[in-house]
Design a protein around this ligand. Structure first.
Ligand code: K2U
Ligand code: ZN
Length: 157
């Protein structure tokens, strides 16, 4: 895997909507997922979206782990979600600190839905639908915002 450059706030790619993946099995897609994972881990992130590595595709990786701000965050195997769609989210929201690999040195409290249901394709092309809550739901909302060109400072009230 390669470490990819991470787009910083101001790059137009971060403000654009990304395109759906058509062929999940394409070698270039599989390589991109591996490179996004390596880049995410090297940057100590808990999530990353393809536009952040200058690729306008609807691919995110969710990789929650306990961290100073969220010591009780679940430790999970990094999960690639292709063409993710949040198909339901709770009206109850909660505020939590967020950061962003594309907005360095910024931390702010953001209100996010506490629970959600997301439909996506796995990297093997399997259709999945799953429920998430808490910090993992927060990461998913943050990453799906990236796919629509939205950065977390735009969510700060
Ligand atoms: O830039 C990104 O998308 C990755 C963010 C993901 C994130 C979303 C919501 C809340 C926290 C993080 C990076 O992981 S920022 C680094 C980080 C890691 C753990 C906790 C907070 C911030
Ligand atoms: Zn981000």
């Amino acid at each position: 895997s390669r470490l990819l450059p991470i787009a910083q706030q101001g790059e137009i790619i971060l403000q654009q909507a990304a395109h759906a993946v058509v062929d999940v099995h394409a070698p270039a897609i599989q390589t991109l997922i591996d490179d996004m994972l390596a880049t995410l881990l090297a940057a100590n992130g808990v999530g990353i979206a393809a536009p952040q590595v200058f690729v306008p595709l609807r691919i995110i990786i969710v990789a929650s782990r306990p961290n100073p701000r969220y010591p009780d965050a679940p430790l999970m195997q990094p999960l690639a979600m292709l063409n993710p769609e949040i198909c339901w989210q709770s009206t109850d929201t909660y505020s939590g600190w967020e950061g962003c690999l594309s907005v360095p040195d910024a931390r702010a409290p953001v209100n996010r839905a506490n629970r959600l249901q997301v439909r996506y394709l796995t990297r093997e092309g399997e259709r999945m639908e799953a429920d998430y809550a808490g910090f993992v739901a927060r990461i998913i909302q943050h990453e799906c915002d990236h796919l629509d060109g939205i950065l977390f400072p735009e969510r700060v009230e």
